[in-house]
Design a protein around this ligand. Structure first.
Ligand code: UDP
Ligand code: MG
Length: 313
């Protein structure tokens, strides 16, 4: 049996080769053939070259090089598409997904599991803001999409059959964690503690993370569009009540200079209209992206033997 390890890499620096070695070593304890696909997601540092060097030493390691930074989801997708294994394990390059769990995941798969998920026990986010953000995201995701993926991570083993089903889904924008959960296939879970990220900080900027969270929620839920309708009905309802009150005041001769009401109405209505347009705009944007049907990632041309070599080499 062949096990594929799919690892997205973006600017992981000198540490990356050691980390990948450690991952292969840990996985080899399961006693299967291995292939490790390191997907360089357009790193601007030496990650690509480090992986290339490792691939020359160890034939199990393959470098897959994307032309630019397409994002972690695209890198995972590329890896899944190119993996040949009977089972595929997806994990991070920074060892935050402990490789020592891999043999246990493989064992669960041998015993019949189609999906083995490593589930986070405790969030070790360095700041309360990150923790709060993650909690907020999972809460909103659960409320709006109806799927509870708290604690889920991208650290998963998928059987070949599941990989094929996943790849056959037609959509471009993918939220790996959410989409695997959406398949509804029963999975085995293994608890794990997220390790400290050594050396550097997360590869995600706050802006990138917020965009990621918004996209993930809207690909799984159209409720925000319904909220627009509810908001509209609510404002209309309030408007009718206010109109009746004003009319009654007018008829009873008690009408006042209603600046406050007018101002409040302007602000509330303006805000509601703008927000609603924004939400609708976001969905139209997503439809536009999907309909263009561009490939999720682009591989570097391979005619030149070394995809990483830069002009200064
Ligand atoms: N990563 C990637 N492309 C990106 C950002 C991250 O391939 O644009 C990779 C990164 O190298 C790592 C994994 O995705 O292997 C998770 O990234 P990170 O550790 O920065 O995220 P976090 O642990 O904070 O979720
Ligand atoms: Mg990490």
């Amino acid at each position: 049996m062949l096990i594929s390890l799919v690892i997205p890499v973006y600017n992981e620096g000198f540490r990356v080769a050691d980390n990948l070695k450690l991952i292969v070593d840990a996985a080899s304890h399961a006693g299967h053939d291995l292939e490790l696909l390191a997907i360089d997601d357009g790193s601007e540092d030496n990650s690509c070259r480090e992986i290339e060097k490792l691939a020359e030493q160890d034939s199990r390691v393959q470098l897959i090089s994307l032309t630019r930074n397409f994002g972690k989801e695209a890198a995972i997708y590329a890896g899944l598409e190119l993996a040949k294994g009977d089972a595929v394990v997806v994990l991070d390059a920074d060892l935050q997904h402990p490789p020592r769990l891999i043999p246990a995941m493989i064992r669960a798969w041998e015993e019949g599991a189609y999906i083995v998920e490593a589930v986070k026990q405790e969030r070790n986010d360095p700041s309360w803001l990150d923790r709060w953000f993650a909690k907020g995201f999972y809460w909103l995701y659960r409320i709006l999409s109806g799927f509870d993926i708290r604690g889920h991570s991208d650290f998963k083993l998928l059987d070949r059959q599941i990989v094929d089903v996943y790849l056959a889904l037609p959509e471009r924008y993918r939220f790996f964690r959410g989409l695997v959960n959406w398949l509804g296939i029963e999975s085995e879970t293994l608890p794990f503690e997220v390790e400290e990220r050594l050396g550097s900080t997360s590869r995600w900027s706050k802006v990138k993370l917020i965009r990621y969270a918004t996209n993930n929620i809207t690909t799984f839920s159209t409720i925000p569009l319904l909220i627009v309708t509810w908001l509209g009905s609510l404002t209309l309802g309030t408007g009718i009540v206010l109109a009746l009150i004003t009319l009654w005041q007018k008829l009873a001769g008690m009408s006042e200079a209603g600046f406050t009401t007018v101002n409040l109405l302007l602000i509330v209505l303006g805000g509601a209209v703008m927000t609603s347009l924004g939400i609708i705009g976001h969905y139209i944007g997503r439809i536009y992206q999907e309909i263009k049907a561009r490939p999720v990632y682009v591989l570097k041309p391979t005619k030149r033997k070394k995809p990483c070599s830069s002009p200064d080499l």
